[in-house]
Design a protein around this ligand. Structure first.
Ligand SMILES: Cc1cc2nc3c(=O)[nH]c(=O)nc-3n(C[C@H](O)[C@H](O)[C@H](O)COP(=O)(O)OP(=O)(O)OC[C@H]3O[C@@H](n4cnc5c(N)ncnc54)[C@H](O)[C@@H]3O)c2cc1C
Ligand code: FES
Length: 302
């Protein structure tokens, strides 16, 4: 009889988390076990990105597969390889996850050619997470640039699912062109949620664009921020979160209350292959989520 697969249970992590101590190494268990998963649906988001809706096949394993916003999984495409991808969905549906994947090379290319019903392997979830528990009762500012909306969508959906737990919620999102905007079919729905403020900006407008034009930092000036009560999550290219976090810091938001997702090349996801290091820090197990203070003190992180 085969041994049942045990997922890495992260539910205790949030409970044990000390206020500023979420960056400790995550507890990796059963990292070499692969969940057999099925692609249920594929949604084309842009020319380069697709959203994959995935289900863990074994019902018993489904119940045990839990994750927290900010974590990632290793996705194995048989015959092509394995890649790290952030989970883009809400943790509320056991055994189901959504991955927003940009086509850049061998494995992502194979996934973009896959069809509904294709079988893949999922390892994880891995890494640290955004400390949503600590944000309850506070203002939350969610900022993304480009593909950064993929990891940011998990905390967005978490806040939407539990709107009463958070105070004022602002979402800022920017891309280079309107054609690159991800999840544009959900913006109206997000805006309709009680007291969620969403603003979108592009660098290079097209003829139809009627919204603001410029950089994401241009949107911060228009916000009312209560710095002592604000937590921020910033996802995007490191150069972007450097500018955004510096601006928020000038407004008085403590660096320990800004969280970023630091993505490096990864191979094993479990601290073995030394592909993801920044200095002596393994971003696969001590990250990808760091507070900005820690990132500032990591040489060559940004
Ligand atoms: C923690 C984490 C979370 C991630 N989340 C997402 C996500 O939600 N959505 C998504 O689309 N991508 C995400 N990525 C990036 C994704 O892992 C890479 O795009 C993927 O590994 C490329 O695999 P490939 O075989 O298609 O490309 P390859 O054939 O290996 O390479 C093709 C090109 O992509 C570049 N490349 C390869 N790996 C990376 C990488 N890790 N970062 C940047 N460039 C790379 C190579 O230099 C090359 O130019 C994440 C990466 C990490 C570390
Ligand atoms: S990905 Fe192998 S050590 Fe981090």
């Amino acid at each position: 009889m085969s041994t049942p697969i045990e997922a890495y249970d992260v539910s205790h992590e949030a409970e044990m988390m000390e206020p500023l101590d979420f960056n400790r190494r995550s507890r990796l268990k059963h990292v070499d076990q692969v969940f057999k998963a099925e692609i249920l649906n594929i949604i084309r988001l842009t020319e380069m990105e697709k959203l994959f809706q995935i289900r863990i096949v074994d019902p018993a394993a489904q119940a045990r597969f839990s994750f927290l916003p900010g974590q990632f999984v290793m996705v194995e495409v048989p015959g092509y390889g394995e890649i790290p991808i952030s989970i883009s969905s809400s943790p509320s549906k056991a055994g189901h996850l959504e991955l927003c994947i940009r086509r850049v090379g061998v494995v992502t290319g194979a996934l973009h050619r896959a069809e509904r019903g294709a079988k893949i392997g999922i390892r994880g979830p891995f890494g640290t997470h955004f400390p949503m528990e600590k944000m309850k009762g506070r203002d939350v500012l969610l900022v993304a640039g480009g593909l950064g909306l993929a990891p940011l969508r998990a905390p967005i959906l978490e806040v939407i699912d539990n709107r009463a737990d958070y105070r004022r919620v602002n979402i800022l999102y920017g891309t280079r062109t309107p054609a690159q905007l991800l999840f544009d079919y959900q913006y109206e729905e997000w805006k309709r949620i009680d007291d969620i403020h969403l603003e979108i900006i592009v660098d290079e407008p097209d003829a139809q664009w009627t919204g603001p034009v410029g950089r994401i930092t241009d949107l911060i000036g228009g916000l009312t921020i209560d710095p002592r009560n604000t937590f921020a999550i910033v996802c995007g290219p490191p150069v972007m979160f450097k500018f955004v976090c510096t601006r928020l810091s000038e407004l008085g938001v403590p660096m320990r209350r800004m969280f970023v997702s630091l993505e490096r090349r990864m191979h094993c996801g479990m601290g073995k292959c030394c592909r993801c290091n920044v200095g002596s820090t393994f971003t696969c197990i001590e990250g990808p989520v760091f507070d900005y203070w820690s990132v500032m003190n990591l040489k060559e992180a940004i």
